[in-house]
Design a protein around this ligand. Structure first.
Ligand code: LFR
Length: 486
Protein backbone atom coordinates (compact mmCIF):
# COMPACT_ATOMS: atom_id res chain seq x y z
CA UNK A 1 0.00 0.00 0.00
CA UNK A 2 1.13 3.54 -0.68
CA UNK A 3 3.57 2.43 -3.34
CA UNK A 4 3.74 3.54 -6.95
CA UNK A 5 5.67 2.32 -9.97
CA UNK A 6 7.84 4.49 -12.19
CA UNK A 7 9.68 3.59 -15.36
CA UNK A 8 13.18 5.00 -15.83
CA UNK A 9 14.55 5.13 -19.36
CA UNK A 10 18.33 5.43 -18.94
CA UNK A 11 20.45 5.65 -22.09
CA UNK A 12 24.19 5.23 -21.62
CA UNK A 13 26.93 5.45 -24.22
CA UNK A 14 27.27 1.67 -24.46
CA UNK A 15 23.81 0.42 -23.48
CA UNK A 16 20.29 1.60 -22.82
CA UNK A 17 17.86 0.21 -20.28
CA UNK A 18 14.34 0.57 -19.05
CA UNK A 19 14.00 -0.03 -15.32
CA UNK A 20 10.84 -0.28 -13.24
CA UNK A 21 11.04 1.25 -9.78
CA UNK A 22 8.54 0.44 -7.06
CA UNK A 23 8.59 3.27 -4.50
CA UNK A 24 6.91 3.92 -1.16
CA UNK A 25 7.92 5.70 2.06
CA UNK A 26 9.97 2.65 3.11
CA UNK A 27 10.20 0.78 -0.18
CA UNK A 28 12.53 1.10 -3.13
CA UNK A 29 12.81 -1.81 -5.50
CA UNK A 30 14.38 -1.46 -8.91
CA UNK A 31 14.03 -4.17 -11.55
CA UNK A 32 15.41 -4.27 -15.06
CA UNK A 33 12.64 -4.53 -17.65
CA UNK A 34 14.86 -4.45 -20.72
CA UNK A 35 18.48 -3.76 -21.69
CA UNK A 36 19.72 -3.14 -25.21
CA UNK A 37 23.08 -2.26 -26.76
CA UNK A 38 23.90 1.25 -27.93
CA UNK A 39 26.09 0.84 -31.00
CA UNK A 40 27.31 4.07 -32.57
CA UNK A 41 27.75 3.89 -36.35
CA UNK A 42 30.71 5.09 -38.44
CA UNK A 43 29.31 6.68 -41.60
CA UNK A 44 31.41 8.32 -44.31
CA UNK A 45 30.35 11.69 -42.87
CA UNK A 46 31.34 10.77 -39.31
CA UNK A 47 30.33 9.03 -36.09
CA UNK A 48 26.57 8.94 -35.48
CA UNK A 49 24.14 7.64 -32.84
CA UNK A 50 21.66 4.99 -33.95
CA UNK A 51 18.82 6.97 -32.39
CA UNK A 52 16.07 4.97 -34.08
CA UNK A 53 17.49 1.72 -32.73
CA UNK A 54 17.57 3.30 -29.27
CA UNK A 55 13.99 4.49 -29.57
CA UNK A 56 12.93 0.98 -30.59
CA UNK A 57 14.66 -0.33 -27.46
CA UNK A 58 12.80 2.25 -25.35
CA UNK A 59 9.43 1.11 -26.73
CA UNK A 60 10.27 -2.57 -26.16
CA UNK A 61 11.37 -1.67 -22.64
CA UNK A 62 8.18 0.20 -21.82
CA UNK A 63 6.14 -2.77 -22.99
CA UNK A 64 8.25 -5.08 -20.78
CA UNK A 65 7.94 -2.72 -17.79
CA UNK A 66 4.13 -2.93 -17.76
CA UNK A 67 1.73 -0.46 -16.12
CA UNK A 68 3.41 2.57 -14.52
CA UNK A 69 2.31 5.75 -12.77
CA UNK A 70 4.79 7.85 -14.75
CA UNK A 71 7.98 7.55 -16.76
CA UNK A 72 11.15 9.62 -16.99
CA UNK A 73 14.08 9.72 -19.40
CA UNK A 74 17.79 10.39 -18.89
CA UNK A 75 20.83 9.94 -21.14
CA UNK A 76 24.37 11.10 -21.73
CA UNK A 77 24.67 14.86 -22.16
CA UNK A 78 25.49 17.47 -24.84
CA UNK A 79 24.13 15.69 -27.97
CA UNK A 80 20.96 16.59 -29.81
CA UNK A 81 18.70 15.96 -32.78
CA UNK A 82 17.57 18.64 -35.22
CA UNK A 83 13.98 18.75 -36.44
CA UNK A 84 12.37 20.40 -39.45
CA UNK A 85 9.35 22.70 -39.08
CA UNK A 86 7.04 19.68 -39.47
CA UNK A 87 8.73 17.96 -36.54
CA UNK A 88 10.59 15.35 -38.58
CA UNK A 89 14.14 14.39 -37.62
CA UNK A 90 16.88 15.83 -39.87
CA UNK A 91 19.47 13.06 -39.96
CA UNK A 92 21.14 11.04 -37.23
CA UNK A 93 22.36 12.88 -34.15
CA UNK A 94 26.13 13.38 -34.21
CA UNK A 95 28.14 11.47 -31.57
CA UNK A 96 30.10 13.64 -29.13
CA UNK A 97 33.23 11.63 -30.01
CA UNK A 98 32.93 12.68 -33.64
CA UNK A 99 35.83 14.79 -34.88
CA UNK A 100 33.80 17.65 -36.31
CA UNK A 101 34.74 20.03 -33.48
CA UNK A 102 38.49 19.79 -34.13
CA UNK A 103 39.83 23.35 -34.31
CA UNK A 104 36.45 24.84 -33.40
CA UNK A 105 37.23 25.79 -29.77
CA UNK A 106 40.15 27.97 -30.94
CA UNK A 107 37.78 29.67 -33.37
CA UNK A 108 35.22 30.30 -30.61
CA UNK A 109 37.88 31.64 -28.23
CA UNK A 110 38.86 34.24 -30.82
CA UNK A 111 35.37 35.71 -30.33
CA UNK A 112 34.80 34.87 -26.66
CA UNK A 113 37.99 34.39 -24.60
CA UNK A 114 37.98 31.17 -22.55
CA UNK A 115 37.93 33.10 -19.26
CA UNK A 116 34.74 34.94 -20.26
CA UNK A 117 33.19 31.72 -21.48
CA UNK A 118 33.88 30.02 -18.15
CA UNK A 119 32.62 32.89 -16.04
CA UNK A 120 29.47 33.10 -18.15
CA UNK A 121 28.63 29.38 -18.10
CA UNK A 122 30.71 27.62 -15.43
CA UNK A 123 31.26 24.81 -17.92
CA UNK A 124 34.67 23.21 -18.36
CA UNK A 125 36.37 23.03 -21.68
CA UNK A 126 35.48 19.86 -23.56
CA UNK A 127 35.58 19.80 -27.35
CA UNK A 128 32.14 18.19 -27.43
CA UNK A 129 30.17 20.83 -25.50
CA UNK A 130 27.00 21.60 -27.48
CA UNK A 131 28.22 25.16 -27.98
CA UNK A 132 31.24 23.95 -30.01
CA UNK A 133 29.10 21.37 -31.83
CA UNK A 134 26.67 24.10 -32.91
CA UNK A 135 29.46 26.35 -34.13
CA UNK A 136 30.92 23.37 -36.03
CA UNK A 137 27.51 22.81 -37.63
CA UNK A 138 27.17 26.39 -38.86
CA UNK A 139 26.75 26.43 -42.62
CA UNK A 140 25.62 22.79 -42.89
CA UNK A 141 22.41 22.07 -44.81
CA UNK A 142 21.07 20.22 -41.79
CA UNK A 143 21.33 23.19 -39.43
CA UNK A 144 20.04 25.54 -42.13
CA UNK A 145 16.90 23.42 -42.45
CA UNK A 146 16.39 23.04 -38.70
CA UNK A 147 13.52 24.68 -36.85
CA UNK A 148 13.90 22.82 -33.55
CA UNK A 149 16.75 21.33 -31.54
CA UNK A 150 16.08 18.69 -28.89
CA UNK A 151 18.67 17.20 -26.54
CA UNK A 152 18.65 13.38 -26.64
CA UNK A 153 16.30 12.69 -23.67
CA UNK A 154 14.02 15.54 -24.78
CA UNK A 155 13.94 14.07 -28.30
CA UNK A 156 12.81 10.69 -26.95
CA UNK A 157 10.22 12.49 -24.79
CA UNK A 158 8.99 14.35 -27.88
CA UNK A 159 8.51 11.12 -29.83
CA UNK A 160 6.61 9.63 -26.88
CA UNK A 161 4.38 12.63 -26.15
CA UNK A 162 4.42 15.07 -29.07
CA UNK A 163 5.54 17.79 -26.64
CA UNK A 164 8.83 19.69 -26.73
CA UNK A 165 10.84 20.95 -23.79
CA UNK A 166 14.46 21.45 -22.74
CA UNK A 167 15.32 19.96 -19.37
CA UNK A 168 17.58 22.21 -17.32
CA UNK A 169 20.26 19.86 -15.89
CA UNK A 170 21.09 18.64 -19.38
CA UNK A 171 20.68 22.14 -20.86
CA UNK A 172 23.49 23.28 -18.54
CA UNK A 173 25.89 20.99 -20.43
CA UNK A 174 25.25 22.89 -23.67
CA UNK A 175 27.46 25.68 -22.25
CA UNK A 176 24.72 28.16 -23.16
CA UNK A 177 23.15 28.49 -19.68
CA UNK A 178 24.06 31.00 -17.00
CA UNK A 179 24.53 28.78 -13.92
CA UNK A 180 23.48 31.55 -11.54
CA UNK A 181 20.16 32.45 -13.16
CA UNK A 182 19.48 28.96 -14.52
CA UNK A 183 18.43 30.59 -17.78
CA UNK A 184 19.87 30.92 -21.28
CA UNK A 185 22.83 33.24 -21.72
CA UNK A 186 21.49 35.23 -24.68
CA UNK A 187 24.39 37.65 -25.12
CA UNK A 188 26.80 34.70 -25.35
CA UNK A 189 24.66 32.87 -27.92
CA UNK A 190 24.27 36.07 -29.94
CA UNK A 191 28.00 36.68 -30.05
CA UNK A 192 28.53 33.20 -31.50
CA UNK A 193 25.61 33.31 -33.93
CA UNK A 194 23.81 30.48 -32.11
CA UNK A 195 20.04 30.68 -32.49
CA UNK A 196 18.43 30.02 -29.10
CA UNK A 197 15.01 29.97 -30.78
CA UNK A 198 15.87 26.40 -31.79
CA UNK A 199 15.51 25.35 -28.15
CA UNK A 200 12.13 24.55 -26.61
CA UNK A 201 11.20 26.21 -23.28
CA UNK A 202 13.17 25.10 -20.24
CA UNK A 203 11.67 22.66 -17.76
CA UNK A 204 12.99 21.47 -14.42
CA UNK A 205 13.29 18.02 -12.85
CA UNK A 206 9.86 17.16 -11.49
CA UNK A 207 7.95 19.22 -14.06
CA UNK A 208 5.26 17.49 -16.14
CA UNK A 209 6.50 16.68 -19.64
CA UNK A 210 3.36 15.48 -21.41
CA UNK A 211 1.39 12.25 -21.75
CA UNK A 212 2.08 9.23 -23.94
CA UNK A 213 0.57 9.59 -27.42
CA UNK A 214 -2.26 7.13 -28.19
CA UNK A 215 -0.11 5.43 -30.86
CA UNK A 216 2.70 4.93 -28.33
CA UNK A 217 0.28 3.51 -25.79
CA UNK A 218 -0.96 1.07 -28.34
CA UNK A 219 2.56 0.08 -29.37
CA UNK A 220 3.68 -0.43 -25.75
CA UNK A 221 0.43 -1.93 -24.46
CA UNK A 222 0.42 0.46 -21.49
CA UNK A 223 -2.94 1.29 -19.96
CA UNK A 224 -3.22 5.06 -19.96
CA UNK A 225 -3.04 7.91 -19.60
CA UNK A 226 0.67 7.69 -18.74
CA UNK A 227 2.34 10.96 -17.72
CA UNK A 228 5.95 11.64 -18.63
CA UNK A 229 7.80 13.53 -15.88
CA UNK A 230 10.97 15.57 -16.36
CA UNK A 231 13.84 14.16 -14.29
CA UNK A 232 17.49 15.12 -14.05
CA UNK A 233 17.67 14.16 -17.73
CA UNK A 234 21.46 14.36 -17.76
CA UNK A 235 22.36 10.85 -16.53
CA UNK A 236 25.04 12.27 -14.22
CA UNK A 237 22.47 14.61 -12.61
CA UNK A 238 20.24 11.61 -11.91
CA UNK A 239 23.19 9.57 -10.62
CA UNK A 240 24.31 12.34 -8.24
CA UNK A 241 20.74 12.64 -6.95
CA UNK A 242 20.97 8.94 -6.03
CA UNK A 243 24.26 9.18 -4.10
CA UNK A 244 23.34 7.48 -0.79
CA UNK A 245 24.94 10.13 1.41
CA UNK A 246 23.82 10.81 4.96
CA UNK A 247 22.22 14.18 5.65
CA UNK A 248 25.29 15.60 7.39
CA UNK A 249 27.96 13.56 5.65
CA UNK A 250 30.88 15.43 4.04
CA UNK A 251 31.07 13.49 0.80
CA UNK A 252 32.53 13.51 -2.66
CA UNK A 253 30.94 11.45 -5.41
CA UNK A 254 32.34 9.42 -8.25
CA UNK A 255 29.88 8.50 -10.98
CA UNK A 256 31.53 5.66 -12.84
CA UNK A 257 30.66 4.15 -16.18
CA UNK A 258 31.88 5.08 -19.62
CA UNK A 259 33.11 8.24 -17.86
CA UNK A 260 34.25 8.85 -14.30
CA UNK A 261 32.72 12.08 -13.05
CA UNK A 262 34.42 13.08 -9.82
CA UNK A 263 33.41 15.99 -7.63
CA UNK A 264 31.26 17.71 -5.05
CA UNK A 265 27.69 18.90 -4.72
CA UNK A 266 27.63 22.65 -4.10
CA UNK A 267 25.01 25.37 -3.60
CA UNK A 268 26.68 27.80 -5.99
CA UNK A 269 29.09 27.59 -8.92
CA UNK A 270 32.85 28.12 -8.55
CA UNK A 271 34.10 29.97 -11.62
CA UNK A 272 37.50 31.19 -10.48
CA UNK A 273 40.48 31.26 -12.79
CA UNK A 274 42.09 28.38 -10.89
CA UNK A 275 38.97 26.31 -11.20
CA UNK A 276 38.92 26.90 -14.95
CA UNK A 277 42.59 26.05 -15.28
CA UNK A 278 41.93 22.80 -13.38
CA UNK A 279 39.07 22.16 -15.84
CA UNK A 280 36.32 21.75 -13.27
CA UNK A 281 32.77 22.17 -14.47
CA UNK A 282 29.63 23.52 -12.79
CA UNK A 283 26.74 21.53 -14.19
CA UNK A 284 23.28 22.07 -12.73
CA UNK A 285 21.80 19.36 -10.55
CA UNK A 286 18.35 18.57 -9.19
CA UNK A 287 16.81 20.89 -6.58
CA UNK A 288 19.01 23.85 -7.54
CA UNK A 289 22.31 22.13 -6.71
CA UNK A 290 25.56 22.55 -8.63
CA UNK A 291 27.59 19.52 -9.75
CA UNK A 292 31.15 20.73 -9.39
CA UNK A 293 33.16 17.98 -11.08
CA UNK A 294 35.82 16.85 -13.51
CA UNK A 295 35.39 14.46 -16.42
CA UNK A 296 37.86 11.55 -16.34
CA UNK A 297 37.98 9.15 -19.31
CA UNK A 298 36.56 6.36 -17.14
CA UNK A 299 35.94 2.74 -18.04
CA UNK A 300 35.75 3.80 -21.68
CA UNK A 301 39.50 3.11 -21.65
CA UNK A 302 38.84 -0.54 -20.80
CA UNK A 303 35.67 -0.91 -22.91
CA UNK A 304 37.55 0.35 -25.94
CA UNK A 305 40.49 -2.02 -25.28
CA UNK A 306 38.08 -4.93 -25.01
CA UNK A 307 36.56 -3.98 -28.34
CA UNK A 308 40.05 -4.18 -29.89
CA UNK A 309 40.81 -7.49 -28.19
CA UNK A 310 37.37 -8.81 -29.18
CA UNK A 311 36.68 -9.77 -25.56
CA UNK A 312 33.28 -9.43 -23.91
CA UNK A 313 33.83 -10.90 -20.43
CA UNK A 314 35.65 -8.56 -18.07
CA UNK A 315 35.92 -11.03 -15.15
CA UNK A 316 39.08 -12.91 -16.26
CA UNK A 317 40.76 -9.60 -17.16
CA UNK A 318 40.09 -8.21 -13.68
CA UNK A 319 41.39 -11.42 -12.07
CA UNK A 320 44.59 -11.14 -14.07
CA UNK A 321 44.91 -7.43 -13.30
CA UNK A 322 44.53 -8.10 -9.56
CA UNK A 323 47.69 -10.25 -9.62
CA UNK A 324 49.85 -7.45 -11.04
CA UNK A 325 51.57 -5.12 -8.53
CA UNK A 326 50.08 -1.66 -8.12
CA UNK A 327 51.30 1.38 -10.05
CA UNK A 328 53.78 -0.27 -12.37
CA UNK A 329 52.08 1.31 -15.41
CA UNK A 330 50.36 4.68 -15.21
CA UNK A 331 48.80 7.09 -17.72
CA UNK A 332 46.91 10.37 -17.28
CA UNK A 333 43.33 9.08 -17.37
CA UNK A 334 41.95 12.58 -17.89
CA UNK A 335 44.03 13.16 -21.04
CA UNK A 336 41.99 14.24 -24.07
CA UNK A 337 44.08 11.97 -26.35
CA UNK A 338 41.89 9.07 -25.21
CA UNK A 339 38.59 10.63 -26.33
CA UNK A 340 38.25 9.20 -29.83
CA UNK A 341 37.55 5.51 -30.55
CA UNK A 342 40.16 3.16 -32.01
CA UNK A 343 43.25 1.15 -31.02
CA UNK A 344 43.09 1.96 -27.31
CA UNK A 345 45.69 -0.64 -26.20
CA UNK A 346 48.18 0.93 -28.61
CA UNK A 347 47.44 4.44 -27.41
CA UNK A 348 47.77 3.42 -23.75
CA UNK A 349 51.12 1.73 -24.43
CA UNK A 350 52.28 4.81 -26.33
CA UNK A 351 51.32 7.08 -23.43
CA UNK A 352 53.31 4.90 -20.99
CA UNK A 353 56.29 4.95 -23.35
CA UNK A 354 56.08 8.74 -23.73
CA UNK A 355 56.03 9.10 -19.93
CA UNK A 356 59.28 7.14 -19.78
CA UNK A 357 57.90 4.29 -17.69
CA UNK A 358 57.55 0.55 -18.32
CA UNK A 359 55.12 -0.34 -21.10
CA UNK A 360 52.18 -2.73 -20.48
CA UNK A 361 51.65 -5.36 -23.11
CA UNK A 362 49.28 -8.19 -22.16
CA UNK A 363 45.54 -7.48 -21.72
CA UNK A 364 45.97 -8.10 -17.97
CA UNK A 365 48.77 -5.53 -17.75
CA UNK A 366 46.83 -2.96 -19.74
CA UNK A 367 43.73 -3.55 -17.62
CA UNK A 368 45.83 -3.01 -14.51
CA UNK A 369 47.23 0.17 -16.03
CA UNK A 370 43.71 1.48 -16.71
CA UNK A 371 42.49 0.75 -13.17
CA UNK A 372 45.54 2.19 -11.40
CA UNK A 373 45.40 5.25 -13.64
CA UNK A 374 41.70 5.76 -12.99
CA UNK A 375 42.23 5.45 -9.23
CA UNK A 376 44.99 8.07 -9.43
CA UNK A 377 42.81 10.39 -11.51
CA UNK A 378 39.98 9.91 -8.99
CA UNK A 379 42.36 10.86 -6.19
CA UNK A 380 43.53 13.92 -7.99
CA UNK A 381 40.08 15.19 -8.95
CA UNK A 382 38.67 14.73 -5.46
CA UNK A 383 41.63 16.47 -3.85
CA UNK A 384 41.51 19.36 -6.30
CA UNK A 385 37.74 19.72 -5.90
CA UNK A 386 38.18 20.11 -2.12
CA UNK A 387 40.93 22.64 -2.61
CA UNK A 388 39.04 24.67 -5.25
CA UNK A 389 35.71 24.69 -3.39
CA UNK A 390 37.33 24.99 0.05
CA UNK A 391 35.55 21.94 1.41
CA UNK A 392 36.59 18.75 3.18
CA UNK A 393 35.56 15.22 2.45
CA UNK A 394 35.40 12.19 4.79
CA UNK A 395 33.96 9.65 2.39
CA UNK A 396 33.74 9.00 -1.34
CA UNK A 397 30.47 7.61 -2.71
CA UNK A 398 31.21 5.60 -5.84
CA UNK A 399 28.04 4.98 -7.87
CA UNK A 400 27.32 3.67 -11.38
CA UNK A 401 28.62 0.61 -13.21
CA UNK A 402 32.10 0.83 -11.66
CA UNK A 403 30.57 -0.02 -8.25
CA UNK A 404 30.45 -3.63 -9.50
CA UNK A 405 34.22 -3.57 -10.08
CA UNK A 406 35.67 -4.44 -6.65
CA UNK A 407 39.25 -3.88 -7.78
CA UNK A 408 38.48 -0.37 -9.03
CA UNK A 409 36.64 0.44 -5.78
CA UNK A 410 39.50 -0.82 -3.58
CA UNK A 411 42.16 0.96 -5.64
CA UNK A 412 40.13 4.17 -5.46
CA UNK A 413 39.95 3.88 -1.65
CA UNK A 414 43.71 3.17 -1.52
CA UNK A 415 44.50 6.13 -3.80
CA UNK A 416 42.14 8.60 -2.11
CA UNK A 417 43.09 7.58 1.43
CA UNK A 418 39.44 7.76 2.58
CA UNK A 419 36.72 5.09 2.70
CA UNK A 420 34.81 4.42 -0.50
CA UNK A 421 31.15 3.43 -0.23
CA UNK A 422 30.27 1.65 -3.47
CA UNK A 423 26.75 1.48 -4.88
CA UNK A 424 24.16 1.68 -6.18
CA UNK A 425 25.35 0.58 -9.61
CA UNK A 426 22.10 1.72 -11.21
CA UNK A 427 22.31 5.18 -9.66
CA UNK A 428 21.10 7.07 -12.73
CA UNK A 429 17.94 4.97 -12.98
CA UNK A 430 17.31 5.30 -9.22
CA UNK A 431 17.74 9.08 -9.31
CA UNK A 432 15.40 9.17 -12.30
CA UNK A 433 12.76 7.10 -10.44
CA UNK A 434 13.02 9.08 -7.20
CA UNK A 435 12.64 12.49 -8.82
CA UNK A 436 9.45 11.16 -10.40
CA UNK A 437 8.31 9.70 -7.09
CA UNK A 438 8.71 13.07 -5.38
CA UNK A 439 6.79 14.79 -8.18
CA UNK A 440 4.04 12.24 -7.65
CA UNK A 441 3.65 12.54 -3.90
CA UNK A 442 6.63 10.93 -2.13
CA UNK A 443 7.34 13.33 0.75
CA UNK A 444 10.82 14.53 1.70
CA UNK A 445 13.76 16.46 0.32
CA UNK A 446 16.80 15.25 -1.62
CA UNK A 447 18.52 14.15 1.61
CA UNK A 448 15.46 12.09 2.55
CA UNK A 449 15.42 10.28 -0.79
CA UNK A 450 19.14 9.61 -0.35
CA UNK A 451 18.41 8.07 3.05
CA UNK A 452 15.78 5.87 1.44
CA UNK A 453 18.44 4.61 -0.98
CA UNK A 454 20.98 3.89 1.75
CA UNK A 455 18.31 2.04 3.80
CA UNK A 456 17.15 -0.14 0.91
CA UNK A 457 20.05 -0.73 -1.50
CA UNK A 458 23.07 -2.98 -0.93
CA UNK A 459 26.25 -0.90 -0.48
CA UNK A 460 29.85 -2.08 -0.01
CA UNK A 461 32.41 -0.20 2.05
CA UNK A 462 36.12 -0.24 1.08
CA UNK A 463 38.67 1.00 3.62
CA UNK A 464 41.98 2.38 2.33
CA UNK A 465 44.67 -0.30 2.33
CA UNK A 466 48.17 -0.79 0.94
CA UNK A 467 51.01 1.67 0.99
CA UNK A 468 49.82 5.32 0.90
CA UNK A 469 53.32 6.59 0.08
CA UNK A 470 53.32 4.61 -3.17
CA UNK A 471 50.14 6.43 -4.27
CA UNK A 472 51.58 9.76 -3.20
CA UNK A 473 54.74 9.17 -5.22
CA UNK A 474 52.79 8.08 -8.28
CA UNK A 475 50.48 11.07 -7.92
CA UNK A 476 53.48 13.38 -7.76
CA UNK A 477 54.96 11.82 -10.90
CA UNK A 478 51.77 12.24 -12.98
CA UNK A 479 50.86 15.60 -11.48
CA UNK A 480 54.29 17.02 -12.29
CA UNK A 481 53.34 16.50 -15.91
CA UNK A 482 50.13 18.54 -15.47
CA UNK A 483 50.39 20.69 -12.35
CA UNK A 484 47.45 22.44 -10.73
CA UNK A 485 47.95 26.15 -11.41
CA UNK A 486 48.67 28.26 -8.33
C1 LFR B 1 28.15 10.40 -18.71
C2 LFR B 1 28.06 11.73 -19.44
C3 LFR B 1 28.94 12.78 -18.85
C4 LFR B 1 29.12 13.69 -20.01
C5 LFR B 1 29.36 12.70 -21.10
C6 LFR B 1 29.10 13.15 -22.49
O1 LFR B 1 27.33 9.46 -19.30
O2 LFR B 1 26.74 12.19 -19.48
O3 LFR B 1 28.41 13.42 -17.70
O4 LFR B 1 30.15 14.61 -19.86
O5 LFR B 1 28.53 11.59 -20.77
O6 LFR B 1 27.77 13.47 -22.68
Amino acid sequence: AGTKTFAAVDLGASSGRVMAGRVGPDTLRLTEAHRFPNRPVHLPEGLRWDILGLYGGVLDGLRAAGPVDSLGIDSWAVDYGLLAADGSLLGNPVHYRDRRTEGVPEQVWATVPPDDLYRATGIQYAPFNTLYQLVAAQGTPQLAAARYLLLIPDLIAYWLTGEQGTELTNASTTQLIDPRSGDWNRPLADRLGIDLALFAPLRRPGDPAGTLLPAVQERTGLPGPVPVTAVGSHDTASAVAAVPAGRRERFAYLCTGTWSLAGLELDAPVTTRTSRAANFTNELGVDGTVRFLRNIMGLWLLQECMRTWELTDVTPLLAEAARIPALRYVVDAAAPDFLAPGNMPGRIAAACRAAGGPVPDSPGEITRCVLDSLALAHRRAIREAQHLADREVDVVHLVGGGARNALLCQLTADACGVPVVAGPAEAAALGNVLVQARAHGLPGDLAATRELISRTQPLTRYEPSGDPTAWEAAARRTEDARPLPA
